[in-house]
Design a protein around this ligand. Structure first.
Ligand code: ACM
Ligand code: ZN
Length: 754
């Protein structure tokens, strides 16, 4: 009896131990979501006993895989001619060179592809099927079959290393982060007004002078007066370092597109070689952000300089594209330059825009003669597109539409959906950013094919890219915070088929992906536990709805301005609003607050829920909330003109009419306009208020540097049925400012009537 009891205990312990030794596989949660994925029975055990076999073509991918496993999991895989459990197989029936099939059974793992690119993406999916960490030198991987291929051939991320400079180590990490998400292009923005970052041996002053600025702007550009840190700042990549990065990227199937800006954003080069500019004056490397008037003068000596630069660049970068910038080149210097004006006459050009086109076309011929293709920002359309150019559409999608209709290839990087330097949350404590508002969800729902294009024209859309301008990103951690998780959303935009995409499912996979990022020491934002809200109008009453982005957690709120705790009121139904209040709310996981506190001022005023009409619609990109947001009791965020509470107009004027259901006594009107010169947003110079009884009043606004301009007018108390506000927008942006010559944007939020 005693013995058999001991045996029983022994067997039970053995069973428990055996069970412990067979780790459970993680649930497949791959980002970007594969085109097809079928889970099958069983698990594959990966440990030191597993060997790998590959055909020569896949050698570098197989090595990358083995090195990764060794580094992350301390599991050493051997190579074997026969009996290997992990096999890389060539499959020429896969017509897309980036496609792969990943088959995992209890006996083996097979990655089939027609090229190393496909095999590499098979590996990336396999890596995401592995646990974040294991210390048992053994892991179980879920059996399944994945058949996968990308939606777009161009899947890019850009990084500006000129506004702030980043080490070679970080550039490699950046490339790793792209590769992990099956992105295949790194657009390396190497030259700017604030610094030249690539060694050009023929022009040593680019290293000695152009690579350094004497100091840097402190705080935000719109904080006036400007202040500087007084510290010399800069650096550049040697050609040896660049070769090292190019090789590193190639091993990860990432092609690098170097950007050498011209004719604008070239103040650093002109600081080093003043003869490259129109005036010949000595200028300094820029110390603040913006658009600068000193641009390359199209002289023979300038072209010689640029061709020499291109020669060295071409020798470093094996990819087919050379990016020449082309954006934001003010024409003032060219207008006042005898040489430029003579050249315009001589070449029979109409104006300075055609001179820019001449400049770019000439550089294109040179670049083409070196066997490379030119790519540039959408300004290269102005004055006529160079014959073989690819266009990167950043000022919305208009440039993409125009270029694709003219049968030029395009890459979509619209600032409305692809600018990862914009804020990703409306929370006030968000780290300083340039402005705008680009939440994760908006990136996720981006469709790179503009709806104006026919199916045939859509063939010219190569893909999309996230842009990372680093004016407000001084450190790698900040860059990581700004790109993650938005780059993960973009990876599904450019890789996954639209049938497979599902935002709720993506958010769930993202929560697991965050653990992977944490383990890899990749910083990231997490706004998934932030709350959102919106008003709800019923007859004569207003409610406020709170929503979590991830379900299953408690929402608690207060109405007295205090921070919610686990004891605050549990949200179960829309909150009745009977007077102006501040709602503060947060998500709770039992007692623990998760995610930031949501705070919203809800105003009760006389225009709420009345009838509103506009003479012109807002631009669709900045009108998502509908015209009613002007009288919904909620003001826009002070630093996020992209939130739903602002309407953005790109017109000469706007007339807004509010019709009251009943005659209403009013005595004051408050309006607010957004002000961000750097984002081309200007408050109006004036507006006129008129009432249905004939009363009118004109209001002239003073210029200010605040991001929002509030305007309050008092009127003698009177009873009205209708109120009209007619706004004359700012008009053309003045010379010397960003976006000079374009119509300024007008952004307006709540019209508070009392
Ligand atoms: C750009 O953002 N200036 C291309
Ligand atoms: Zn000139």
């Amino acid at each position: 009896m005693k013995i058999s009891y001991h045996y029983l205990v022994f067997f039970v312990l053995l069973l428990i131990n055996c069970h412990k030794n067979i780790p459970k596989p993680i649930t497949p949660e791959i980002i970007p979501i594969p085109v097809s994925q079928t889970i099958t029975e069983g698990t594959f055990i990966l440990n030191n006993a597993v060997s790998v076999n590959y055909q020569d073509e896949f050698k570098s991918v197989a090595n990358y895989f083995s090195e990764y496993i060794e580094k992350q999991y301390d599991i050493t895989l051997t190579t074997a001619k026969t009996g290997a459990k992990i096999q890389f197989l060539k499959d020429d029936t896969l017509k897309n060179e980036e496609a792969y099939i990943l088959t995992i059974t209890p006996k083996e793992i097979i990655i089939s592809a027609s090229s190393a690119k496909g095999a590499f993406y098979g590996v990336q999916s396999l890596l995401q099927l592995m646990p974040v960490a294991t210390n048992s030198k053994s892991m179980a991987i879920q059996c399944l079959e994945i058949k996968d291929s990308p939606r777009f051939v161009y899947r890019g991320m850009h990084l500006d290393v000129a506004r702030h400079f980043f080490s070679v180590d970080f550039i490699k990490k950046y490339i790793d982060m792209l590769a992990m998400l099956k992105m295949n292009t790194f657009h390396w923005h190497l030259t700017e007004d604030q610094g030249w970052r690539i060694e050009i041996k023929k022009y040593p002053k680019l290293q000695e002078v152009a690579a350094y600025r004497k100091e840097t702007l402190i705080g935000h550009y719109s904080d006036q007066p400007h202040q500087f840190d007084g510290k010399r700042y800069g650096g550049y990549y040697t050609q040896e370092e660049i070769r090292e990065v190019v090789t590193y990227a190639a091993e990860r199937q990432v092609t690098i597109i170097p950007e050498i800006e011209m004719p604008g954003h070239s103040q650093a080069a002109i600081a080093a070689y003043p003869e490259l500019g129109c005036t010949g004056d000595t200028i300094e490397v820029a110390t603040k952000w913006g658009v600068f008037e000193d641009i390359y003068c199209p002289k023979e000596t300038t072209f010689q300089f640029l061709e020499d630069v291109i020669d060295e660049v071409v020798s470093l970068f094996p990819g087919k594209y050379i990016h020449i910038g082309g954006d934001e080149a003010p024409k003032k210097r060219w207008r006042n330059c005898a040489h430029c004006q003579q050249l315009i006459k001589e070449k029979g050009l109409k104006d300075e825009h055609e001179l820019q086109s001449y400049f770019i076309t000439r550089m294109e011929q040179y670049i083409n003669s070196k066997g490379k293709q030119l790519i540039g920002w959408d300004e290269i359309l102005e004055g006529g597109l160079a014959p073989n150019a690819t266009v990167m559409s950043w000022r919305g999608t208009k440039g993409a539409v125009e270029a694709a209709k003219a049968h030029h290839n395009v890459v979509l990087t619209p600032n409305s959906h692809c600018y990862f330097d914009h804020y990703q949350s409306t929370h006030e404590n968000e780290p300083l950013a340039i402005g705008g508002f680009l939440p994760l969800e908006k990136v996720y729902h981006f469709n790179p094919i503009p709806k104006e294009l026919t199916k045939e024209e859509a063939q010219y859309v190569l893909g999309a890219q996230g842009n990372v301008w680093t004016e407000y990103m001084k450190t790698p951690e900040k860059v990581e915070y700004m790109i993650f998780p938005r780059v993960a959303a973009l990876s599904e935009v450019v890789w996954s088929s639209s049938k497979q995409k599902n935002y709720d499912d993506f958010k769930k996979r993202l929560l697991s992906f965050f653990k992977r990022l944490d383990h890899l020491s990749i910083n990231h934002a997490n706004h998934l536990y932030e709350l959102r809200g919106k008003p709800l109008y019923a007859k004569d009453s207003t409610f406020y709805i709170l929503e979590a982005q991830i379900s299953g957690k408690d929402i608690r709120f207060t109405l007295d301005g205090t921070i919610p705790t686990e004891k605050s009121t549990l949200y179960t139904a829309p909150i009745p609003i009977t007077k102006s209040v501040t709602i503060k709310a947060a998500s709770f996981d039992k007692k623990e607050q998760i995610g930031a506190v949501f705070s919203k001022d809800i105003l009760k005023h006389k225009a709420i829920n009345q009838t509103i009409s506009l003479s012109v619609p807002p631009n669709p990109t900045y009108g998502k909330g509908g015209k009613e947001i002007l009288i919904n009791g909620i003001q826009g965020n002070k630093s996020r003109y992209g939130d739903k509470e602002w309407l953005g107009f790109d017109t000469d004027s706007v007339s807004i009419t509010i019709d009251f259901e009943k005659p209403t006594a009013i005595s004051s009107i408050i309006t607010r306009f957004y002000n961000s010169v750097g984002s081309w947003i200007y408050p109006p110079k004036k507006y006129t208020v008129s009432l249905n009884n004939g009363f009118t009043k004109e209001v002239v606004l003073n210029t200010t540097s605040e991001t929002t301009v509030k305007s309050r007018i008092s009127i003698p108390k009177q009873t009205v049925k209708q109120l009209n506000i007619t706004i004359s927008c700012f008009g053309k942006i003045p010379e010397g400012e960003q976006g000079a010559g374009h119509l300024a944007w007008l952004f307006i939020d709540e019209i508070i009537v009392d």
